[in-house]
Design a protein around this ligand. Structure first.
Ligand code: SAH
Ligand code: SF4
Ligand code: F3S
Length: 439
C-alpha cells in the first residue's frame, strides 16, 4: 500500500496550522510526505472561502485530479477546510467531482484517520461535516514546519459577523482554549527548542470572553511571557474594537511580546465601517493608532483593507487614503471586495463595478508603497536582532529572517545560524523588505 501523502493548503495561518495537524495525524498512522501528487497515496486539499479567487483555484485543482487519478488510480483524494462548511459547495462536489473520495470540515479534523481507514476498507465515498463545535479537541499531534517557530491556535471561530465575511459561517462561534492548555503547549515547544510562537485567532483580543472566568488576552500574554526559553511571542489578528488598554499595556510591558500588531481596519470611512458592522469610526482608528504608538515605541502596525465594498463612494475611499496617511501603517494587505453568497453584503445594493474596484486598489497600493518605504528607511544603519529562518527566496547565497517588528530581512550571514537570533546591520531599506549583513 502507498503510505505517502501531500497536503495542499489555501488561505490563512489558521488553515496552515490545521494542515500541520493533519500532517501530524498522518505521520502517526505511518504515512510519509511525498511532494509529487502523481506519486502520493493520499492528497488533501485544505480549502479557503474568504474570496472568490480562492474558490476558483480549488475547483481548478480538483479538475486536474481527474487526469491524475487516471495515472494514479489508487490515489485517495480528500478535501477539507472552510469551503466544506458551505453546503452548496459540498453538494457541487458530490454531484460533479466524483474524483473526490473524502470530505470533512473545519470542526472534525480529528476524525480524519478514522475516515481514511473506513474509506480504505470499504471504498465508498465519505462526506462528514459538523456544523459547529463547542469545545476544542486538544492534544492532536502537530507536524511543525519549522523547529524554531510555531503557530499556536488559541481560539477558534468568530462572533463578529462583519457583513462581507464568510469566516463566522465556516469556522463557527468563538471558542477559546483553556489557558493551561496553551501554557502547557508553549512550555513544551520551548523545551523542544522553539524560540517564537505566533498565537492565532480570528480576533485574539477577545480571547477568553467565552470562558467567563475573567481571564483575558492580556492575562495570557503575561503568563506566556514568563516561559523562560521562549524568546518571541507574536499574535494575530487584532480587531480594533477589542484592542483594550489592558492589551496595549501588556504588549508594552512584556519583553518577549513583539511590538508588532496586525490591526485590520478594513476601511477608513465611518459610513462604510458601519455598513461592514465593524463597530468603530474613522476617528477612533486614528486615536487608537496614536495611543498604541505613544505607548509602544517602535511598534510596527500592519492592516487589512477592502476596497469597493457595496456603496463605497469616491469620498469614502478618500477617507481610507486619509487614514492610511494619518496612521502610517507599516504595511497592508489590500483586497478587492468579493461577493460571498450568504453574507449580508452580498445582497446589498450599489455593488461597485470591477473597473472602479481595480482603480481604487491601484491608487491605494501607490500610497502604501510610499508609506512603507518612508517607515522602513528609518531602519537603515541600525543593528537589529533577527530570527534567521531560511535561505533567501530570491538569492540562495543569502539568508532571510524577521525582526521583532516582523520586517523581512535578506542578509549575508552564516547558514549555521538558521533557527537562531543574530544581530544584523541594516544596509538598505525597500518598501517590502530590508537588506543587511550579520555582525
Ligand atoms: N479575522 C481577521 C481576518 C480574517 S479574513 C480579521 O478580522 O482581521 C482576512 C482578511 O480578508 C480580512 O481582514 C479582510 O480584509 C479580507 N476579507 C474578508 N472577507 C472579504 C471579502 N468578502 N472580500 C474581500 N476581502 C475580504
Ligand atoms: Fe471575518 Fe470580521 Fe470575523 Fe474577521 S472579525 S473573521 S473579518 S467576521
Ligand atoms: Fe480562508 Fe477559512 Fe482562513 S475562509 S482565510 S482559511 S479561516
Amino acid at each position: 500500500m502507498n503510505k505517502t501523502y501531500k497536503i495542499m493548503t489555501f488561505g490563512c495561518q489558521m488553515n496552515e496550522n490545521d494542515s500541520e495537524k493533519i500532517s501530524g495525524l498522518l505521520k502517526n498512522m505511518g504515512y510519509t510526505p511525498e511532494e509529487d501528487v502523481n506519486k502520493a497515496g493520499v492528497v488533501i486539499l485544505n480549502t479557503c472561502s474568504v474570496r472568490e479567487n480562492a474558490d476558483v483555484r480549488v475547483f481548478g485543482n480538483l479538475g486536474t485530479f481527474k487526469s491524475v487519478k487516471k495515472v494514479n488510480p489508487d490515489l485517495v483524494l480528500a478535501v477539507c477546510g472552510c469551503m466544506m462548511q458551505q453546503p452548496e459547495i459540498v453538494k457541487k462536489i458530490k454531484e460533479k467531482y466524483p474524483q473526490v473520495d473524502l470530505v470533512f470540515g473545519t470542526h472534525n479534523i480529528h476524525q480524519f484517520p478514522q475516515m481514511l481507514g473506513n474509506y480504505l476498507q470499504r471504498g465508498e465515498r465519505i462526506f462528514e461535516i459538523w456544523d459547529d463545535s463547542h469545545e476544542i479537541i486538544e492534544d492532536l499531534p502537530v507536524d511543525r514546519k519549522y523547529p524554531f517557530k510555531s503557530f499556536v491556535t488559541i481560539m477558534n471561530g468568530c462572533n463578529n459577523f462583519c457583513t462581507y465575511c464568510i469566516v463566522p459561517y465556516t469556522r463557527g462561534r468563538e471558542v477559546s482554549r483553556q489557558p493551561e492548555k496553551i501554557i502547557e503547549e508553549v512550555t513544551r515547544l520551548a523545551d523542544e527548542g522553539c524560540l517564537e510562537v505566533t498565537l492565532l485567532g480570528q480576533n485574539v483580543n477577545s480571547y477568553g470572553n467565552d470562558l467567563k472566568t475573567g481571564y483575558h488576552f492580556a492575562d495570557l500574554l503575561r503568563d506566556l511571557n514568563q516561559i523562560e526559553k521562549i524568546k518571541r511571542i507574536r499574535f494575530m489578528t487584532s480587531h480594533p474594537k477589542d484592542l483594550t488598554d489592558e492589551v496595549i499595556e501588556a504588549i508594552a510591558q512584556c519583553d518577549k511580546v513583539c511590538p508588532a500588531i496586525h490591526l485590520a481596519i478594513q476601511s477608513g470611512s465611518t459610513r462604510v465601517l458601519k455598513a461592514m458592522n465593524r463597530r468603530y469610526t474613522k476617528e477612533q482608528i486614528i486615536d487608537l493608532v496614536d495611543k498604541v504608538r505613544s505607548r509602544i515605541p517602535d511598534v510596527a502596525i500592519t492592516t487589512d483593507i477592502i476596497v469597493g465594498f457595496p456603496g463605497e463612494t469616491e469620498e469614502d475611499f478618500q477617507d481610507t487614503l486619509e487614514v492610511m496617511r494619518a496612521c502610517k501603517f507599516d504595511s497592508a494587505f489590500s483586497f478587492i471586495y468579493s461577493i460571498r453568497t450568504g453574507t449580508p453584503a452580498a445582497t446589498m445594493e450599489n455593488q461597485i463595478p470591477d473597473e472602479i474596484k481595480h482603480d481604487r486598489l491601484n491608487r491605494l497600493l501607490d500610497v502604501l508603497r510610499d508609506i512603507s518605504f518612508g517607515l522602513n528607511s528609518k531602519y537603515e544603519g541600525r543593528v537589529l536582532p533577527v530570527l534567521v529562518e531560511e535561505p533567501s527566496k530570491n538569492n540562495s547565497d543569502r539568508l532571510s529572517g524577521r525582526t521583532e517588528t516582523g520586517k523581512l530581512v535578506n542578509f549575508e550571514g552564516s547558514f549555521e545560524n538558521i533557527g537562531k537570533i543574530v544581530n544584523v546591520k541594516i544596509t538598505k531599506a525597500g518598501s517590502f523588505s530590508l537588506t543587511g549583513v550579520e555582525i
